[in-house]
Design a protein around this ligand. Structure first.
Ligand code: KQY
Length: 363
């Protein structure tokens, strides 16, 4: 049943599971906006197809697609991937889809956050964003899952949870004046506790350098499992990323999680630094929100991978560092398969594989 609940998930005994827990479905949305994706999204569409195929071998995938692109998407995607017509403003399913919560009795419900395109009229990336804001509700209805409408602006990529009471985020994003300027840090923590059953929030100062999301945590680090994280890293102290990673490491190494564990922190070297090439910038329509000029630094990161049903879908971004990233994750994730997908086209749109996917937990 797809009821809207006006109670609080925590009071209803629901908690947000970690990404390493089992998935029933993976949602994605089809790229087509020509001011974000070059050449009307054609190269990005192929990259999304490759990601969807890699996921679909272990987890059923549904692709949300506009009416205009339905036939093209249906034709490009294998039959086993479900294609549903659903209006969106772009294709960042991590941020517009529901954050699911589960209880101990085999039920799940979606949390539908307010979405304002990463900053609304302050520093958002596009206007309008009303179709994106309706996506979480529509997914819950399609899945016949109940849902809660949460009272704050939040994107799924700005939080990571371990499923055992710990939430990781950045101050840069959640305390940004373009999100919830009337709420204090403590009030935001309280909403996270109420809606996701979080007991402890670990606040990292900043996200990845030049990330247009105001520093989403999913581009800086990933939670492997409770007590263990992977952090984007560079040893180059001339790179602005250096200080950001050092500060994140300091917080992570000096804290404990909700269960009192000290964290194991794996450092993963960032690709590049990577920049937009002239031929890449040429294919994008100029707009006000998104900076897509040649020479612009890309927020490339290997931590923007997806965990789904014992498989890691890893963005391949730089021949110099791809193998190192794959080897590290293969070593960390014993019993998992690490599958690399060429992801530069996704990066050109401002995010990566984690940002374009949203899981529905198995119950
Ligand atoms: O990092 C994410 N979760 C989304 C990236 C959005 C970029 C919009 N152009």
């Amino acid at each position: 049943m797809s009821a809207t609940y006006s109670t609080l998930p925590q009071n209803d005994n629901f908690r947000m599971p970690g990404e390493h827990e089992a998935h029933a479905e993976m949602w994605m949305a089809w790229p087509e906006r020509s001011d974000n994706w070059r050449y009307g999204g054609k190269p990005a569409q192929q990259a999304f197809v490759n990601v969807a195929k890699a996921i679909a071998e272990v987890t059923p995938v549904t692709m949300a697609v506009s009416a205009a692109q339905y036939k093209n998407a249906r034709n490009m995607l294998p039959e086993k991937i479900r294609v549903v017509e659903m209006a969106t403003n772009d294709s960042w399913m991590r941020d517009i889809g529901p954050s699911y919560v589960v209880n101990g009795e085999g039920e799940r419900r979606g949390v539908d956050w307010e979405f304002n395109a990463w900053g609304g009229l302050v520093d958002g990336l596009y206007f309008p964003w009303d179709r994106d804001d309706q996506v979480a509700h529509k997914i819950c209805e399609t899945m016949r899952d109940g849902h809660y409408r949460a009272p704050i602006v939040l994107e799924g990529g700005s939080i990571h949870v371990d499923g055992e009471g710990t939430l990781y985020t950045t101050e840069e994003c959640l305390l940004h004046p373009s999100r919830n300027p009337d709420l204090s840090k403590e009030e935001i923590e309280n909403v996270l506790k109420d809606y996701l059953a979080i007991e402890k929030v670990i606040w990292i100062p900043q996200g990845l350098y030049n990330d247009e999301t105001n520093g989403h945590v999913d581009n800086l680090m990933h939670v492997v499992k409770p007590g263990e994280v992977v952090l984007s890293w560079t040893e180059d102290n001339n790179d602005p990323q250096y200080e950001i990673s050092q500060a994140a490491y300091k917080v992570l190494s000096e804290t404990t999680d909700a269960r009192g564990r000290q964290l194991t922190i794996h450092k993963i070297h960032i690709p590049g630094p990577l920049y937009i090439r002239e031929d890449e910038a040429d294919g994008i329509d100029v707009c006000d929100g998104m900076e897509r000029t040649a020479g612009e630094r890309l927020a490339g990161s290997y931590t923007n991978y997806l965990i789904t049903n014992n498989r890691i879908i890893l963005p391949l971004l730089d021949e110099k560092y791809d193998d190192e990233a794959r080897a590290l994750l293969t070593d960390i994730y014993k019993g998992y398969e690490v599958v690399g997908v060429d992801a530069r086209e996704i990066l050109l749109g401002g995010g990566n594989i984690h940002c374009i996917t949203q899981q529905v937990p198995a119950v």
